[in-house]
Design a protein around this ligand. Structure first.
Ligand code: GCU
Length: 608
């Protein structure tokens, strides 16, 4: 079974058009920043793909007018029905929905075009075009030649353009398409806005002929005094010396790769100050292979469970969390800059959090780095959300690819402690198998972190005040996590004191969601829906209810900020916003914010 899976995965990646493995930590290698204004053509009928005027399509009779050629008429009589130069512009990185009212609900294809000149820093260097992410599917062309395709809206990808890039007037054209579809990941139904476009940074990278494409270095719970992992050099076919240097820890170790360029590494961390949210100590780490050196600032720490406890650096920790969509409500649209991240993570710190759930998909790369700098632990997740096509091998390969790209991108970040496989997925044999394969893949890619998922909860027909967690996935994960909405989607907050929770697992429990909507500034009594008082009372009554679960070791209430959702159309209250935020879409705190802040402050006092 496993070899079949591996074969499917390899064939699936090959079908993608050879998206090169990502370049980890791209910024130090950036030679051209392609962020900024791109010319764009909105293409709802996929007119830009081929010349549909000729059926059957006859290339000789109709030289293709595909937008990817970025052509100009060769004579004044030639008919060409597109021209990037005179087209509208969109900013990159950003979604298109929030840039142009005509695109607010748009789900389709948009063609982006950017031109650039390029002179190598060093003759013989290799050149790549790197994308931090594009939602949902991207096809990339350079000077009319297709470089490849990437599927998945939230993870990085790159293509090698060595020998293809010209000194001047390079035309980089990207078709981005964000249509929802049953077989996709996520599938057609989500409770968040389908922001499309080049939503992450785009840059040109340059590397020596042999460069360090990947590295991984972290402590294992079994041996906190040592950091181990691997270095992967790209562009070699014989054993190659590599160095790992951590000056502040007096580490300067040499290793030799195998012929494929991979070396397993392990370095002593004598005197290391282990990373914690309170003391987020990071070290300058450099990896050297021949002419290539890449540096990173990394924290070292261990994370593990022991019985029902979560141990950070061997000490029990309670995860004082909050959930977060990738939105900055003040500016609208997809959050995509370090400034956006600092704003929302700053609000989480102010709330008293040491933990944030980045729902429901990989957030931009700066998020994990900024959390590592600020001292916040993270739960990261792939958008295996609700009713995925569990029996479709392409759907699994897509989810596995997104999970792989997320873990490869962020496994050096001390902030990340949980990889989440899914959110609220129906308990079916095919779903159990799909998620168990994800778990195995995650553990293979990163044996140092905790695995979880927002699993299923169900009631007891005989007693409305009973909730049972018996999701078969619980046997495969480290944290038993689930979303619960007692008091909002079922019963009322006054039912909380009577609730009984049946969680038959001797593992830590992290409540991955609870909450209720409130329109900031709407007031009334505590039984009136959508008032701040209702939401405040729901938090007041939920917290002691959950505290009665003996294995409770953390929570990430839903959610820090209001966020746009096409499913929330209650006029005058939701207006296209999910209002479960503790902070409104106007940036104002709601009364429930202070209930949670007070609960977390007391938690800190308890643990002193
Ligand atoms: C679900 C889901 C969230 C959704 C939330 C809600 O649990 O995980 O994505 O936004 O509930 O209904 O507000």
């Amino acid at each position: 079974m496993k070899s079949l899976f591996v074969l499917v995965f390899i064939l699936w990646c090959a079908r993608l058009g050879a998206a090169a493995p990502i370049a980890l930590n791209p910024t130090p290698r950036r030679v051209i920043d392609l962020d900024g204004a791109w010319k764009t053509i909105v293409d709802p009928y996929d007119n830009g793909y081929l010349d549909y005027r000729a059926e059957p399509y006859d290339q000789k009779a109709h030289p293709t007018s595909g937008f990817f050629l970025d052509r100009k008429p060769e004579t004044k009589s030639e008919l060409l029905e597109y021209n990037f130069d005179s087209s509208a512009e969109l900013h990159v990185p950003a979604d298109w929905n929030s840039q142009d009212p005509k695109l607010f609900y748009y789900e389709g294809a948009v063609w982006y075009r950017r031109t650039f000149d390029y002179t190598p820093k060093k003759a013989g260097d290799r050149v790549f075009v790197y994308f931090g992410g594009a939602n949902y599917q991207a096809e990339v062309y350079l000077n009319g030649e297709k470089l490849g395709k990437h599927i998945g809206g939230f993870t990085p990808f790159q293509f090698e353009i060595t020998g293809k890039v010209k000194p001047a007037h390079n035309s980089l054209v990207v078709r981005v398409e964000n249509r929802r579809a049953k077989e996709r990941v996520p599938t057609v139904n989500t409770d968040w806005w389908n922001y499309g476009g080049l939503t992450r940074d785009v840059m040109i990278l340059e590397t020596p002929p042999a460069y360090i494409r990947e590295y991984f270095l972290q402590c294992h719970a079994s041996d906190p005094g040592t950091a181990s992992g691997f270095v992967q050099v790209d562009g070699v076919n014989q054993p190659t010396p590599v160095r790992v240097q951590i000056p502040d820890l007096k580490v300067d170790a040499e290793f030799t790769t195998d012929a494929s360029g991979r070396a397993e590494i392990s370095v002593p961390l004598k005197g290391v100050e282990l990373w914690t949210p309170e003391h987020p100590r990071r070290y300058e780490v450099s990896f050297v292979a021949g002419a290539d050196r890449i540096s990173d600032r990394m924290g070292f720490r261990t994370i593990q469970t022991r019985g029902t406890d979560i141990l950070l650096n061997g000490k029990p920790i309670f995860l004082r969390g909050i959930s977060l969509h990738e939105v900055n409500p003040l500016k609208g649209g997809r959050a995509c800059t370090e400034e956006d991240d600092r704003l929302t993570l700053g609000w989480a710190k102010e709330l008293g959090c040491n933990f944030v759930r980045l729902a429901h998909y990989p957030h931009n790369e700066a998020m994990a780095r900024t959390a590592e700098e600020m001292g916040l632990l993270l739960w990261e997740e792939v958008p295996v959300y609700w009713t995925i096509q569990w029996e479709n091998p392409d759907t699994y390969a897509n989810a596995a690819n997104q999970l792989t790209e997320l873990i490869e991108r962020d496994r050096n970040r001390a902030s990340v402690i949980v990889w989440s496989m899914a959110n609220e997925t129906p308990v079916l044999p095919a779903r159990n198998d799909f998620l168990r394969r994800e778990v195995a893949l995650a553990r293979r890619l990163d044996p140092t972190r905790l695995i979880s998922a927002a699993m299923e909860v169900h009631g007891d027909p005989a007693d409305p005040h009973v909730r049972i967690i018996d999701d078969p996935l619980a046997d495969s994960v480290d944290l038993v996590s689930f979303n619960e909405y007692v008091g909002w989607y079922s019963l009322l907050p006054d039912d909380c004191p009577a609730m009984q929770w049946k969680v038959p697992y001797q593992k830590p429990v992290v409540i991955s969601e609870f909450g209720g909507d409130a329109l900031q500034g709407m007031h009334g009594d505590r039984l009136t829906r959508f008032t701040e008082e209702f939401q405040e009372d729901l938090y007041r009554q939920t917290l002691p209810m959950l505290a009665r679960i003996p294995q409770l070791r953390g929570m990430t209430p839903w959610i820090l900020c209001d966020f746009r959702s096409p499913r929330r159309m209650l006029a005058g209250i939701q207006d296209g916003w999910n209002r479960k935020g503790l902070i409104g879409s106007n940036g104002e705190k709601k009364k429930a914010y202070f209930v949670l802040q007070d609960f977390y402050a007391k938690k800190v006092e308890e643990q002193k």
